[in-house]
Design a protein around this ligand. Structure first.
Ligand code: C5P
Length: 238
């Protein structure tokens, strides 16, 4: 039982406006891809990490990853080109994993400070339950439903709601079958593109469990998130 990790880094990151894909942005001198790869290749037991990137950046990515491929490592690394939508990038990543990877963790490169403990918590729960597992945090803000003009219609009860993160973990066969189905069955009327893999699994009828998430798994989306992540990084100390 060895891990397969799909690190999705093929988004354009337009909301960040950094002039380059988000995963290649540096946080305190190191790209998001490097920060994630360092954490993942520190996980015990080893496995295969595939980094999914825009095709033209494959060479640059291999160069960034070279520092993590020392002879004694239990981790193999590879790079594969992504797709137009996130779920396509994940699918290409899963297809690129070796046969031996029977548990797959899918992680957003945009969550560069996610601690190793969260990867381990998710993988352990996938193995224990043979189900899909995602990290979740309680919602702390008050939630309102608004119309297109921003006029408030009602307060939404937040008690049954959670905010979910990555890494998301799956038995490999289950994830691969759910992605195959997404590609072959037409989506429910009005359905958007799925924004995470738990949604892909749920559309295929699968059960998804949660484990506690981590504030450090915060996602870089807007320029303000860069400031927040730097503060989180500095608060961690040396
Ligand atoms: O755009 P968003 O921030 O939701 O993207 C989440 C993650 O999915 C990012 O790490 C991004 O690089 C990745 N992604 C991808 N391929 C796409 C779109 C997004 O790998 N086509």
């Amino acid at each position: 039982a060895r891990l397969g990790v799909v690190l999705v880094a093929a988004g354009r990151g337009e909301r960040l406006g950094a002039g380059k894909p988000k995963a290649f942005v540096e946080l305190a001198g190191e790209t998001l891809i490097e920060r994630c790869a360092r954490t993942i290749t520190s996980l015990p037991g080893g496995g295969h990490l595939v980094v999914v990137v825009p095709e033209e950046l494959a060479g640059e990515t291999l160069a960034l990853l070279a520092q993590f491929t020392d002879a004694g490592s239990l981790w193999e690394l590879s790079v594969t080109p992504g797709g137009r939508e996130r779920h396509e990038s994940v699918r290409f990543g899963v297809d690129a994993l070796p046969e031996y990877a029977d548990v797959v963790l899918v992680h957003d490169a945009a969550r560069p400070l996610t601690p190793a403990a969260l990867f381990e918590r998710v993988a352990t729960e996938v193995r224990r339950t043979a189900a899909s597992v995602i990290p979740a945090l309680p919602v702390v803000d008050t939630l309102k439903r608004v119309d297109a003009n921003g006029v408030v219609h009602e307060t939404v009860d937040r008690a049954p709601l959670v905010a979910v993160q990555t890494p998301q973990g799956f038995p490999r066969e289950l994830l691969a079958a759910a992605h195959d189905r997404l590609g072959s069955v037409s989506a429910p009327v009005g359905a958007e593109q799925p924004t995470d893999d738990a949604e892909v699994v749920q559309r295929a009828g699968g059960t998804v469990l949660t484990v506690p998430g981590e504030a450090l798994a915060h996602k870089l989306t807007t320029p303000g998130d860069l400031t927040l992540l730097l503060a989180l990084l500095n608060a961690q100390g040396p």
